[in-house]
Design a protein around this ligand. Structure first.
Ligand code: GLN
Length: 492
């Protein structure tokens, strides 16, 4: 059961060999067992989850089941879910119970999926280690002395430790892919606009995208089918015909030993330079060789502006964050300082007490780069670089179908080892931020182990709307390998 795919679980539910109540209880028990150490879940509400499971069982009994009906999923605590405490990892929202559902949550609920709980994260999704949240760090199931990555580290750890069959996360600069890589699971950030941001607490609106986190590409496809779709309440949501991503996984039987024949994989030289740990390089190299065995062709490419993606990202993301986070003022939501003088003093004290250090740092940077006199020098320049980065990809996709490389420059690092050096932490996003700046779909899949027996992730970046192509390549790789089925010792 621990390694069952969502499709297999769905079949067991359909055949009545298992009920959603049993499946949900099984995972709640695992949360009770592993969460005290891993700190992956912030809120569990067994009654609420089991009520949803009972409703799912009724749907199944009535013959009205859809593919995710009855499957419990862990939700990153950035998604508003009606009646659930939704904190975004912040003291600012410590007591906020959402009065409504995010679009993604609505879609999953309508499909009959069960909310298993809300997962831990970096505060307001700012971070690469899931250590900046108000409730303390998420620990990596492969080695609890290490981070699980961030900011969707709770969702990643929940899936890696098999506390949840799958989860949802968000990715502004790598927050689905990097924790997926560091915990040995699969994660996908869709093309910007494919998944609605309505009800997803905003960090940097032009970069934020929700997406699935699961054990395999096949599971991701099933989830994306439900999560994607037009929503008029998000002005950047794209209106396009629905795709069945599970159909994209299939290849015709005639090319069974070279299922990826004809696929051109672009390997950017900039992704294999200084700063990439040797153990990660070795595992990624082996994965590329495996793709060649499956029939794909390797093409050397260049993304000349890669080195500028972190600096551009760390101007644009904080700029948007400084604006988005102005809504947390002690008036409308969540925390308000218990003692204050006039209104300005109330704002000041509320924000001083409610936000953590990393969030304050981002608000200061964002306010600075947007201020008169610095706007042209920083914000405008970063926007120009963003355009150049997107153009690099457009050029590259004339030569290749998918781009592959490492997701993270190193395996999971020690808890507390980077917190005092924010710039060092920002540099970990070197391979992931470009896809967000360009709005491209990207994913990470496990491709081996490095130093300390810790998982290594392979990143795939596609052209706009190439989710199906990426998922097919990843699925064919996972049919030929078993990295994605490895499980941390002690979580059996
Ligand atoms: N590590 C990046 C940041 O801190 C990305 C976070 C994210 O994708 N939410 O902004």
């Amino acid at each position: 059961m621990l390694n069952a795919s969502l499709k297999q679980l769905s079949a067991l539910l359909a055949q009545k060999k298992l009920s959603s109540v049993e499946l949900t209880q099984f995972h709640l028990d695992r949360v009770a067992r592993f969460n005290p150490e891993l700190n992956a879940f912030l809120t569990v509400d067994a009654e609420r989850s089991l009520a949803q499971a009972r409703a799912a069982d009724a749907l199944i009994a009535a013959g009205k089941a859809q593919p995710l009906t009855g499957i419990p999923l862990a939700h990153k605590d950035i998604f508003c879910a009606k009646g659930w405490r939704t904190t975004c990892g912040s003291k600012m929202l410590a007591n906020f119970v959402s009065p409504y559902d995010a679009h993604v949550v609505e879609q999953l609920n309508a499909a009959g999926a069960v909310i298993l709980g809300k997962t831990n994260m970096d505060e307001f999704a700012m971070g690469s280690s899931s250590e900046t949240g108000f409730w303390g760090p998420v620990k990596n199931p492969w080695d609890p002395a290490r981070v699980a990555g961030g900011s969707s580290g709770g969702s990643a750890a929940a899936v890696a430790a098999r506390m949840a069959p799958a989860a949802i996360g968000t990715d502004t600069g790598g927050s689905i892919r990097q924790p997926a890589a560091l915990t040995g699971i699969s994660g996908l950030k869709p093309t910007y606009g494919v998944v609605s941001r309505y009800g997803m607490i905003a960090y940097a609106s032009s970069l934020d995208q929700g997406g699935p986190m699961a054990k395999s590409a096949e599971d991701l496809a099933l989830m994306l089918n439900v999560m994607a779709g037009f929503d008029a309440r998000d002005s950047t949501s794209l209106e396009r015909p629905a795709e069945d991503y599970t159909r994209a996984l299939e290849v015709s039987a005639t090319d069974s030993d070279k299922p990826l024949a004809g696929l051109r994989i672009g390997v950017p030289k900039e992704y294999f330079g200084d700063g990439l740990a040797v153990d990660v390089a070795v595992a990624v190299e082996a994965a590329l060789a495996q793709f060649e065995k499956l029939g794909a062709k390797r093409v050397a490419i260049s993304l000349p502006n890669s080195g500028l993606s972190v600096p551009a990202y760390y101007v644009i993301a904080p700029a948007e964050a400084s604006s988005n986070l102005s809504r947390f003022d002690g008036v409308r939501y969540g925390y308000r300082a218990p003692e204050y003088g006039d209104l300005a003093d109330m704002y000041r004290k509320t924000r001083a007490q409610g936000f953590g250090a990393e969030v304050k740092r981002r608000i200061l940077i964002g306010t600075y780069v947007l201020s008169h006199g610095y706007y042209d020098a920083y914000y405008l320049k970063a926007q120009k670089i963003r355009r150049l980065i997107a153009r690099d990809f457009t050029q590259a996709y004339k030569q290749c179908d998918l781009i592959m490389g490492p997701t993270s420059p190193s395996v999971a690092f020690g808890l507390d080892s980077m917190l005092s050096d924010p710039v060092q932490m920002y540099l970990l996003d070197i391979y992931t931020t470009a896809a967000n700046l360009a709005g491209l779909p990207a994913m990470s899949i496990p491709c081996g182990f490095g130093e300390g027996g810790l998982p290594v992730g392979l990143q795939l970046v596609g052209d706009y709307f190439a989710e199906g192509k990426m998922l097919r390549a990843a699925h064919q790789y996972q049919l030929a390998t078993d990295w994605h089925l490895r499980q941390p010792a002690g979580t059996e």
